[in-house]
Design a protein around this ligand. Structure first.
Ligand SMILES: NC(=O)c1ccc[n+]([C@@H]2O[C@H](COP(=O)([O-])OP(=O)(O)OC[C@H]3O[C@@H](n4cnc5c(N)ncnc54)[C@H](O)[C@@H]3O)[C@@H](O)[C@H]2O)c1
Length: 358
């Protein structure tokens, strides 16, 4: 039997992965205890997505355990042993602002939870491919010290800088920088995943995400930038821009395109590999630019406020360079540009609100 274990399966990336891999594995086991609702309240509730997967995919089994639970995770991996061919780890406390509220919860979910999954993979299915969704926050605020130039709608890097053409590559230092507590717990996990590849020779891969997005994100104020922005555009709820004149630039990759990267890696893994994974030069926007696209798609004028205080450690300009991944996996390329992704997010939010009203 070929089994894939997907953690965080009711979240954005996990649920996209369930849909993507359902016809490629005999069984998909999704691990998710809806901790996102605990982190972010009602906006973060992912139970609608879990229900969608349970009714949509016959070979999907949902297991509502906590990835920190050593006994429960061991039992799950022991039950299926070497039938487990893929472990896709996308469960996390994902917000750098939230991490400061409960550093212990953040660290144990992100670091200890990852260690627990790695150890059980090593013990029960050491040939499996282990994929980890890391983050560009491992670079801390180092990107903020690049030579940036202000334009009418965005910050942009000096065109003479080597990062101008393709963005920031994996060689950027992860040291001497402010990570936020979230960045620190993800660094711990990121390095652990690399070590299980480099030290134990296991098929592990680290993908350092820029902004990950798509129609199945339960967007909340503290996490899920574009999904939350579009939610505010549709509902008229006030959106607050924090600092940098609203010109901070993020690159945005559709969850499908990211999971498709995982699929390429799964078929030809490189133990201990580390890749940046974002929208790159192909799909990126400043806050102001995103607001204008949301207004165009929703047909509403957005109600937004501006606060001078930026989020601690927030990036002013971040664009991922995917060249090293594309060099290793030349058949992969983006499918969704920013406007198409935002249209999908818009339609998804409307469809879900119609369902709720019913
Ligand atoms: N969304 C982004 O912009 C972004 C950017 C960079 C990196 N990432 C990383 O990508 C991964 C996936 O992000 P996402 O946007 O899909 O997040 P998400 O919050 O939508 O999904 C994560 C899921 O994990 C579950 N979960 C959390 N803690 C758990 C635990 N202890 N046990 C079991 N389940 C638990 C949550 O309930 C949630 O459904 C995370 O590791 C995140 O740090 C996300």
């Amino acid at each position: 039997m070929n089994i894939a274990i997907i953690t965080g399966s009711a979240g954005l990336i996990g649920s996209e992965a369930v849909a993507f891999f359902a016809d490629k594995f005999d069984k998909i086991i999704g691990v998710d205890n809806n901790l996102r609702q605990y982190f972010f309240g009602e906006d973060g509730d992912t139970s609608w997505n879990k229900n969608r997967l349970q009714s949509g995919y016959v070979n999907y089994e949902h297991v509502a355990i906590d990835i920190r639970d050593e006994v429960a995770v061991n039992d799950l991996f022991a039950k299926y042993g070497s039938d487990i061919k893929l472990v896709l780890h996308a469960a996390a406390q994902p917000s750098h602002d939230w991490a400061a509220r409960e550093p212990y919860t953040d660290f144990t979910v992100n670091a200890n939870g990852t260690l627990n999954l790695l150890e059980n993979t090593r013990k029960h299915c050491d040939k499996a491919v282990f994929i980890f969704t890391s983050t560009n926050k491992v670079y801390g605020d180092n990107p903020n010290f690049l030579p940036l130039i202000e334009t009418d709608t965005r910050w942009e890097i000096d065109e003479n800088h080597p990062y101008y053409k393709n963005g920031i590559d994996e060689k950027m230092s992860i040291d001497h920088t402010k990570h936020s507590l979230f960045g620190a717990s993800k660094v711990a996990a990121d390095i652990l995943v690399q070590e299980y590849g480099n030290y134990f020779g296991m098929n592990t891969g680290v993908f350092r995400g820029g902004c990950l997005t798509g129609p199945n994100h339960s967007g909340a104020q503290l996490h899920g930038f574009l999904a939350y922005l579009m939610k505010c555009a549709i509902s008229g709820q006030q959106y607050t821009i924090f600092g940098y004149k609203g010109k901070q630039v993020r690159d945005n990759i559709h969850s499908f395109d990211l999971v498709n990267m995982f699929w390429h890696f799964y078929q030809k893994p490189k133990p201990g590999a580390v890749y940046n994974a974002g929208g790159g030069r192909y799909a990126n926007c400043s806050m102001l630019e995103a607001i204008s696209v949301c207004e165009e798609i929703s047909g509403q004028t957005m109600n937004y406020a501006y606060s001078d205080t930026n989020r601690i450690g927030d990036h002013i300009w971040y664009i991922s360079d995917l060249s090293s991944f594309i060099a290793d996996y030349p058949d992969w390329y983006y499918k969704y540009d920013l406007t198409t992704t935002l249209k999908q997010i818009h339609d998804g939010i409307l469809a879900r609100s119609i369902e709720t009203v019913k």
